[in-house]
Design a protein around this ligand. Structure first.
Ligand code: MLY
Length: 265
């Protein structure tokens, strides 16, 4: 029933261009993902970035892993690329003279951490070192331009990757705007963020790219397509009144993007 989102058509219909590959801190060919659910690794605690913790692979999605810190709850899962510098094989921390830390919100008494750690690692299936890929180099300088299209992680729903447009550029930062969502999910990030991908990324990794939302203020270029009714026109040119009864799972309040330096995480 719902037509498949197609970048080639969408770029034509919105008269826009894809941001060039070399703008992104992503490998030209997405890294292969050999990890399996249940494998353990070391990961930087996203809520306490000075800590390296034990994490378990809870899910696999494209070139990303869904991770959960051992000893933490199931409400703080996070996603990392297999070539992220936030993850490493078990043993790396110790080799570097560091100590594995309990995650923020460790569910047991802090004094039970050493025992918990031993039990967690005993007989654990550790992800082989060869599965971890080297992080690609930083692109220099920021070569994004306003209006360029990309695929971006929705930071409020980080399992989702969505069609997006560069809304602004300031120094090393870009303003990522989500097509069809009226600014509610937009954020500023560094141009070398690992959360943004070139057009076509999801189709290469096998991730499901979300279709654009229904809301009007999709992109500045949407005005151009008023004369040519098309798939995109239907999706993006509805009047606000018409698009008001959106499906429940899309019922977010419209909001404004944040100014630079306050990127929503
Ligand atoms: N359940 C979510 C879905 C919103 C997703 C928006 N992304 C795709 C930009 C919500 O309505 O909050």
């Amino acid at each position: 029933k719902s037509e498949q989102f197609n970048w080639d058509d969408y770029l034509k219909e919105t008269e826009s261009v894809a941001a060039p590959l070399h703008c992104f801190r992503q490998s030209r060919i997405p890294p292969t993902n050999d990890f399996k659910v249940g494998m353990k690794l070391e990961a930087r605690d996203p809520r306490n970035v000075t800590s390296v913790c034990i994490a378990t692979v809870i899910g696999i999605t494209g070139a990303r892993l869904r991770l959960r810190l051992d000893g933490s709850d199931n409400k703080n899962d996070f996603w990392r690329l297999v070539d992220s510098s936030d993850i490493q094989p078990i043993g790396t921390c110790e080799k570097k003279g560091g100590m594995l830390q309990p995650p923020l919100g460790f569910q047991m008494n802090a004094s039970s951490w050493p025992t918990f750690l031993l039990r967690t690692l005993n007989g654990a299936e550790m992800a082989p070192a060869a599965f971890f890929r080297k992080e690609p180099p930083k692109p220099v300088p920021n070569c994004f331009k306003v209006g360029m299209k990309l695929e971006a992680i929705d930071r409020k729903n980080p399992y989702l990757i969505c069609p997006a447009t560069i809304g602004d550029v300031k120094g090393d930062e870009v303003f990522v705007t989500f097509d069809g969502w009226r600014g509610a999910f937009d954020y500023w990030c560094r141009c070398d963020s690992r959360d943004i991908f070139p057009v076509g990324w999801c189709s290469l990794t096998g991730d499901a790219l979300q279709p654009p939302g229904n809301d009007v203020s999709i992109t500045k270029s949407s005005a151009k397509i008023q004369s040519s009714p098309s798939k995109v026109t239907r999706r993006s040119m509805q009047s606000p009144q018409k698009s008001a009864p959106v499906p429940a799972q899309r019922g977010r309040k419209p909001g404004r993007g944040k100014p630079p330096g306050q990127s929503a995480v």
